[in-house]
Structures are given as structure tokens and as C-alpha cells.
Design a protein around this ligand. Structure first.
Ligand code: AMP
Length: 281
């Protein structure tokens, strides 16, 4: 059975032993309730490291006061079994007290300027502050040589790139492609909140992203692409936070050619889903 550690000294001892052997360590940060998307990150980290640590921690500082921290699904036994099968070597499952020794409300907080002002940063105030606050701790705790993050959280990956460069963390980031259900819905721990009817509507997000790509490639102006996407999502029962076309730095691009990303965040009932699609025009 895969080893799970919940106390920092035990984690440090295991990592130190690996480092003494000259082994490269990979980190896969997660909030648990793991699915094939997470396991693809473990596989990617394995390809670039000799030992892989997955962290499982539902991070209170990245949830807003009215968000789903309390009801976020917690399935530690299934997560450990899945991680073992995926080729992970160690599970780091700290308590809130281990992660935040002075308590989450008294933690040293961090903020990434600029890139967190838009999209999810604008719709979820403080969210990315919590993300960088916990990812910095994970980097200090695990001291990984490489760390895998999914492209599903496109803006998060951009924020973490900024963090690593700005704070000179000696970590190589490994971006992982989005893993989808057969009908196109991006895998997410939050999908299980969906009712049967909502689950049937959910793949509209991926279809909308594909339609945004096709319309942009066919020469439709950005404003038209975005309006069409909002209308399609609205017709399928979504409340749309954003449905936008951006350049790869999340700035508003001119109409014309180049690398693009279409991004959607939309709510079905109380469930908020995000997805994106990268392409070139
Ligand atoms: P979470 O547990 O939702 O915080 O996600 C942990 C990591 O898994 C993040 O780097 C996510 O981007 C990544 N991830 C989540 N879902 C997917 C997916 N469907 N495909 C690829 N990566 C994913």
C-alpha cells in the first residue's frame, strides 16, 4: 500500500532520503477526489522524475466565503489507491494545521498582480492569492525538481509560471493536457455535483469552445465569437461568468492570426465549471 504522510517531519525525512540518493522528485498538487485528469499528471511527473509525491489538500485559503469548501468531496482512501495504481510513490496529506501552523486566517498571504485581475481572478476575489499561498508552501515542503499542473486551469498555470519566475523557485513546471469524458466534458471533481439533467447539458461547454475556435478561424470578429458563445451557453441553461477569446497571455487580441485560447466559466445550478481550448488562427 502506498505510504501516506500527514506530518511535515515525516515528509521531510522521506524527501531528504531520496535527495541523498540523487533522485529527482516530482510533485503533483491536488485537492483530492482524484480522477483520470489527476492521474495523467502523475504519469507526466513520472516521466520527468524518479519519485513522485502527490499532495491531497483541500486548501481553505483559495475558497471564497460562499464557495464549496465544506461540501468539496473528500475521498482519501480511494485517492490513495488510485495514486498507487498511477505510479505515485508518496501521498502528502497534511491537515490544515500542518499547512497553516498559525491557522489559515493568520497565514502569510501572497498576491500575484496583474494576471489575477481578470477572468477567474475577477470572479473569485482572493482565489489565486490562496492558490499561490498554498503552492509556495508545497514547493517549500516537498522541494520538487518538477511539478505538474493541468492546462484545464489555464489561468492558474499562468499564475504559477509567474510565481515560479518571480520568486525564483527552482522548479520546472510540467503543463498537462486536459483529460475529457467521451462526450467532451473536462474531467473535474465538481462534475459529481451535477444532477442527471445538468450532466446532459454540461458537454455544451466543450462544444461551445470548439464552435468559438471554428468561428474565429473562419474570420468572425472576437466580439461576435464571444456573443455567440454566451448565447449558446445561455440557451443550454448556463449562467455565464465569461466566454472569451484571448491571446496566450490572457490579453485581448486583435482580430487576425496568432495563438489563441478560448476560455469559459459557467454555472449550472450551484456548480461552476471551467474549461478552455488552445488553438491558432
Ligand atoms: P484540483 O484537484 O482540481 O485542484 O486539480 C489538481 C490539478 O489537476 C490541477 O493542476 C488541475 O489543473 C489538474 N486537473 C484537474 N482536472 C484536470 C483534467 N480534466 N485534465 C487535466 N488536468 C486536470
Amino acid at each position: 500500500m502506498i505510504e501516506t504522510v500527514s506530518e511535515l517531519p515525516a515528509l521531510r525525512a522521506r524527501i531528504a532520503a531520496w535527495k541523498r540518493e540523487g533522485l529527482r522528485v516530482g510533485l503533483v498538487p491536488t485537492m483530492g477526489n482524484l480522477h483520470a485528469g489527476h492521474f495523467s499528471l502523475v504519469k507526466l511527473a513520472r516521466e520527468h522524475a524518479d519519485r513522485v509525491v502527490a499532495s491531497v489538500f483541500v486548501n481553505p485559503t483559495q475558497f471564497g466565503p460562499n464557495e464549496d469548501f465544506d461540501r468539496y468531496p473528500r475521498t482519501p482512501e480511494a485517492d490513495a489507491a488510485g495514486l498507487e495504481a498511477a505510479g505515485c510513490d508518496l501521498v502528502w496529506m497534511p491537515s490544515v494545521e500542518q499547512m497553516y501552523p498559525f491557522g489559515a486566517d493568520h497565514a502569510v498571504r501572497m498576491r500575484v498582480p496583474g494576471i489575477t485581475d481578470v477572468l477567474d481572478g475577477a470572479h473569485r476575489p482572493g482565489h489565486f492569492d490562496g492558490v499561490v499561498t498554498v503552492v509556495s508552501r508545497l514547493f517549500n515542503q516537498v522541494q520538487p525538481d518538477v511539478a505538474a499542473f493541468g492546462r484545464k486551469d489555464y489561468q492558474q498555470l499562468a499564475v504559477i509560471r509567474y510565481l515560479v519566475r518571480d520568486l525564483a523557485f527552482p522548479v520546472e513546471l510540467l503543463p498537462a493536457d486536459i483529460v475529457r469524458e467521451p462526450d467532451g466534458l473536462a474531467m473535474s471533481s465538481r462534475n459529481q455535483y451535477l444532477s442527471a439533467e445538468e450532466r446532459r447539458a454540461a458537454p455544451t461547454i466543450h462544444r461551445t469552445l470548439l464552435a468559438m475556435r471554428d468561428a474565429a478561424r473562419a474570420g468572425m470578429a472576437r466580439a461576435g465569437v464571444e456573443a455567440q458563445a454566451r448565447a449558446a451557453l445561455g440557451a443550454a441553461g448556463f449562467l455565464v461568468d465569461y466566454a472569451v477569446l484571448r491571446d496566450i497571455h490572457l490579453a485581448e487580441p486583435d482580430d487576425g492570426s496568432g495563438a489563441r485560447v478560448a476560455l469559459v466559466a459557467a454555472r449550472l445550478g450551484s456548480t461552476r465549471l471551467i474549461d478552455n481550448l488552445e488553438f491558432t488562427i
